[in-house]
Design a protein around this ligand. Sequence first.
Ligand code: SAM
Length: 282
Amino acid sequence: MNYIKEQNGQLWLTEDERENLKISYRIKEIVYSERSPFQHVMILDSYDFGRMLVLDGVVQTTSIDGHIYNEMITHVPLSLHPSPKKVLIIGGGDCGAAREVAKYEEVEEIHLVEIDELVVQACKEHLPEVSGNLSDPRVQYVYKDGVQFVKDRVNTYDVIIIDSSDPIGPAQVLFEYDFYKSVYEALKEDGMMVCQSQSPIFHMNVLKQTYINIRHLFPHVHVYTATVPTYPGGLWSFTLGAKQAVSFERLTTFAKQTKYVNADVLNQCFCLPQFMKEHLQS
Ligand code: SAM
């Protein structure tokens, strides 16, 4: 694990983002470190971002900014859908997204399909700021590859949230067209899906391909953004696909208990900067 190094008596995590970009965090303590059949799972206690979940040396979520991402990937689709009852989360092992979905009383079932059980265990035990040690009875944990799980389901879900890690390792398949096609088929006729679609600054190729794939399947596709400090470049994108036209005015009445999201944030998050509009339209 060459991403944890001791320098002058100090411990540092260095995320090897790109050839010419390394992101380093000073670490107080390695709280948890285990290799699963899928990846190296760590919980670190850092000086500036509190506790953080790190998979194969890449920061996934932290106790300082995890809520920004988890609130944006959940409250947008859950607020836009007319009556979300059955929700599927693919990935999301830190349980932060499921915790936000559980704030909707009308939701009857939350299926959390995570390939790596060790991530859920580690986050429940060592990252309660994000996982909330979630024990809501509506949440069913399924430890399986999301691609296999969704293949067997048709016309089942109101909302599908793809809370995946980067398109490398076990998550690579979650960015492929065939997977989005299975997601489309697993949704009910008024269903909608959302996925994290990487950095518009550093991964525009991934965002663009994700947008093209989803637009090929869904009649209504909308990209929105948020700023997540521990994600490379800060600016992060989400892509939403809906089988029926989306009524954005539903966002004006948003009133859930949150730390980042509110009605204004939800309304402006679809306002994209010029470079993104041009890339997505070209
Ligand atoms: N928000 C984070 C990000 O954007 O980087 C991701 C959070 S969540 C921890 C990502 C989860 O997706 C991980 O726990 C990982 O194990 C899981 N995952 C990766 N590939 C998967 C697959 N094919 N099926 C189900 N879960 C998968």
